[in-house]
Design a binder for this molecule. Structure first.
Ligand code: NAP
Ligand code: MG
Length: 401
């Protein structure tokens, strides 16, 4: 049987440490034997980012805009320790941050559910996809520790010098202050990314804020979502039999617990940070979580939700065996290949992506898994495999289909 042919290259962003090792194994065992893999390769490993003054990250984001689909390996975000470890010229920014800024994207994350690794919330039959707004609010705040009595005001000065001024509080003693913001432009692209992704994945969309308390700030989010929905998406949602549902954040939290799952939950930045950790921990493992960055003009970047698994990499360097879970990285590849297949009308490529995902899940359901899953599975008599053995087991399962 001939290999599957591709038309347009995938933008391939290689990464760091243990995930870089998995990346190579996945390509060799699970992709190259079946696909005439066409990629435009960018090495986002920290060494090469440093060598190119991080230009490679910018180039990879530009290539993603050009081709429309990228697959990314986890990468190191440098900190002080990495400066010495890699002898860096500068503390380069997070590649994910750079790519997200270039694509103006929203990140969608969903647990990969498999028999034997059941969510703690028993009625969650289908994954809940979290869409987190990744700009502004408390993540771009300005804070003051108020030393003592005095008046705090919120002042906006327009370009022409006119002022809007509101009293925040008259302090009679020490306290704290915080200024936060967001922009209509960012909220608009967040909303568009959510509506498009809901249509794309045929799932209902939920959105929740605290607009009863925050009558201008949160209300603005609600209004922008509603306006865009009415104007551009309502008829498309109706045609697809989908629902857009807005409610208060506390009501959403209570309802989510009682649902069967299978929808997208859009959250403001802070809510998304907290709620995605809640959903992923309720589903067992960060290594069982897909993550895709979607830009408002329909560019996709697929990755794993976890990091470079540094602790395992150091063991690997010392020649010790590792049992690192490659499922999320495999699903980053299948997500990207399926999307490429869809855009280029290559049904075999989409079928291959489905088959590889099924083989990955079946391998686990057959009791063959990495250590992180073996620790939490409800299956009995499981075999704990090392990093390489698991990938080979997936290959064997795939060959039985
Ligand atoms: P991490 O790589 O996600 O790993 C944290 C811990 O979670 C691991 O030590 C391991 O626990 C467990 N784990 C995560 N992924 C796993 C997998 N695939 N299989 C098995 N266990 C897994 O986070 P980190 O150690 O905080 O960060 C390491 C580096 O990754 C940092 O330099 C950070 O900048 C980077 N990072 C990158 C991204 C990204 O590119 N998207 C995201 C987050 C972090 P045990 O040690 O208990 O086995
Ligand atoms: Mg968090």
């Amino acid at each position: 049987m001939g290999k599957i042919q591709m038309k347009t290259p995938l933008v391939e962003m290689d990464g760091d440490e243990m995930t870089r090792i998995l990346w190579q194994m996945i390509k060799e065992e699970l992709l190259l034997p079946f696909i005439d893999l066409k990629t435009e390769y960018y090495d986002l490993g920290l060494e090469y980012r440093n060598k190119t003054d991080d230009q490679v990250t910018i180039d990879s984001a530009e290539a993603t805009k050009k081709y429309g689909v990228a697959v990314k390996c986890a990468t190191i975000t440098p900190n002080a320790a990495r400066m010495t470890e890699y002898n860096l010229k500068e503390m380069w920014k997070s590649p994910n941050g750079t790519i997200r800024a270039a694509l103006d994207g929203t990140v969608f994350r969903a647990p990969i559910q498999v028999k034997g690794i059941e969510p703690c919330v028993k009625n969650w039959e289908k994954p809940i996809t979290l869409a987190r707004h990744a700009y502004g609010d408390v993540y771009k705040n300005t804070e003051i520790k108020v030393p003592g009595a005095g008046k705090a005001e919120l002042v906006f000065t327009a370009e022409d010098g006119t002022e809007i001024r509101e009293t925040i509080h008259e302090f009679d003693g020490p306290g704290i202050l915080q200024g936060i913001h967001n922009t209509d432009r960012s909220i608009t692209s967040f909303a568009r990314a959510c509506f498009s992704y809901a249509l794309d994945t045929k799932q209902d969309l939920w959105f929740a804020t605290k607009d009863t308390i925050s009558k201008k700030y949160d209300h603005n989010f609600k209004d922008i979502f509603q306006d865009i929905f009415e104007k551009d998406y309502k008829s498309k949602f109706e045609a697809a039999g989908l629902e857009y549902f807005y409610t208060l954040i506390d009501d959403a939290v209570a309802r989510v617990m009682k649902t069967k799952g299978g929808f997208i939950w859009a959250c403001k930045n802070y809510d998304g940070d907290v709620m995605s950790d809640m959903v992923s921990s309720a589903c067992g493992s960060l290594a069982m979580m897909t993550s895709v960055l979607v830009s408002p003009d329909g560019v996709y970047e697929y990755e794993a939700a976890h990091g470079t698994v540094q602790r395992h990499y150091y063991k690997h360097l010392e020649g010790e065996e590792t049992s690192t879970n490659s499922v999320a990285t495999i699903f980053a590849w299948t997500g990207a290949l399926r999307k490429r297949g869809e855009l280029d009308e290559i049904p075999e490529l989409m079928e291959f992506a489905d088959k590889l995902e099924k083989a990955t899940l079946k391998t686990i359901e057959d009791g063959k898994m990495t250590k992180d899953l073996a620790l939490i599975t409800s299956l009995e008599d499981v075999t704990v495999l090392n990093s390489q053995e698991f990938i080979r087991a997936v290959r064997e399962t795939m060959e039985t289909f």
